[in-house]
Design a protein around this ligand. Structure first.
Ligand SMILES: Nc1nc2c(ncn2[C@@H]2O[C@H](COP(=O)(O)OP(=O)(O)OP(=O)(O)O)[C@@H](O)[C@H]2O)c(=O)[nH]1
Length: 367
């Protein structure tokens, strides 16, 4: 599994965990709200008939359970806001306004729970939306109050109710402003985290790559070899190496300059990368020496790959650009033998290379 896939999976897991926590918080707040309503009903302060009260509570809980099930299903994960904070808070405005309407004496205590939900959604909603929500909730409170006063004006004190509305509205707006700040902070933090992850990825890339060619460096090649050896020892999957060395490279530097030497090294890297099979590994050991690691390849298979590469590279000409006509290469091939060390298999590949060099270069030899 590549790192992007793993990262995406982790993000989804985190998102799911956060959603679960959000769902639990909403559930707790709504349960407290129901409990308060039931207590006030027992005290005779919730001014509804048993049927109406039951109908209202059933309505609240059916829609609440539908919301929680929707979150738990993961269907909302593809939305920009998987917790559906805006629909939730709009729904809560209605629920708290309706319940507040029926509890004259304890109105403020019931609607206070609304602030807990407001705080919860502030993690998702922007400052502007939060202020909009606060204004809307204040308007809903005012309408609810107007209806209550209209119905029961004898029992109610306009000035006390108006003062409570003012307190509710002011707290609502200050929650919205603070919540907007939290949201901004969260966004800034997420952006910083993204930058940090990008930076870390760059550092990791720098640690495993060769500067000149962008290929894997010696250290990373050795790590890959360790992994291949473990796999081969455990699962008996063969792997082979091609130790590749460009011939008479010193002459290229001497005749055409160091710049040309670098250019040849880079072109060689591109040619191999374009030609190699998915799942194979190619890197630069240093200088003009390269290593091709071929998982699931036998020595004979690797020899064929080496020969194909040698022939492909021999077609690469530089004379027209003012460089060497062609540059040949020699390859030492070695297949991993059960339980031998990485050092041993590398030494055998190096021996093959030596054989290829001493036998006239421009060839591949198994060792
Ligand atoms: N341009 C360039 N040259 C490099 C780099 N790294 C190593 N070299 C040069 O590569 C040359 C390698 O020379 P040798 O080890 O004698 O090998 P060779 O000339 O290819 O001879 P054979 O391998 O025997 O065919 C040296 O001159 C190094 O300076 C590099 O990054 N860029």
């Amino acid at each position: 599994m590549n790192s992007e896939l793993r990262q995406a999976e982790n993000l989804t897991l985190n998102e799911r965990r956060l959603l679960k926590r959000h769902g639990r918080s909403v559930l707790a707040i709504m349960a407290m709200h129901t409990l308060l309503c039931l207590v006030y009903y027992r005290m005779g302060a919730f001014l509804v008939s048993a049927e109406t009260g039951l109908f209202l509570l059933a309505g609240v809980w059916v829609s609440m359970l539908a919301y929680l099930l929707l979150l738990a299903s993961g269907l909302t994960l593809r939305f920009k806001d998987p917790s559906l904070s805006l629909p939730l808070i709009l729904y809560c405005i209605v629920v708290f306004a309706v319940s507040g309407y029926y509890v004259d004496e304890f109105r403020l205590s019931v609607v206070t729970l609304f602030f807990a939900i407001l705080l919860l959604v502030s993690f998702q909603l922007s400052g502007k939306v939060m202020v909009g929500v606060a204004i809307l909730s204040s308007a809903a409170y005012a309408i609810m109050l107007w209806l209550a006063l209209d119905d029961r004006w004898v029992q109610l004190s306009f000035s006390v109710e108006a003062l409570q509305w003012l307190v509710f509205s002011m707290i609502g707006v200050s929650f919205a402003i603070t919540g907007g700040g939290i949201n901004r902070l969260k966004k800034d933090l997420a952006e910083k985290n993204r930058e940090l992850a990008k930076g870390l990825e760059q550092v990791r890339e720098m640690a495993i790559r060769d500067d000149l060619t962008g290929l894997f460096n010696r250290r990373h090649l050795l790590e890959i070899l360790d992994r291949q050896k473990a796999l081969a020892d455990r699962k008996r999957v063969p792997f082979s190496l091609c130790y590749v060395d460009l011939d008479h490279f010193k002459l290229i530097n001497d005749h055409f300059g160091h710049e040309w030497g670098d250019r040849v090294l880079r072109r060689f890297s591109q040619v191999v990368l374009a030609d190699m099979r998915d799942g194979d590994y190619f890197g630069r050991l240093g200088g003009e020496e390269f290593l091709l690691i071929l998982p699931q390849s036998t020595e004979q298979g690797a020899l064929q790959v080496a020969e194909r590469l040698r022939k492909r590279w021999s077609q690469e000409a530089f004379a027209q650009e003012g460089g060497p006509a062609t540059v040949s290469l020699s390859v030492g091939v070695a297949g991993y033998r059960d339980n031998e060390s990485i050092e041993d298999v590398l030494n055998r590949a190096d021996k093959g290379l030596y054989k290829a060099k001493t036998s006239g270069r421009n060839q591949s030899q198994v060792a």
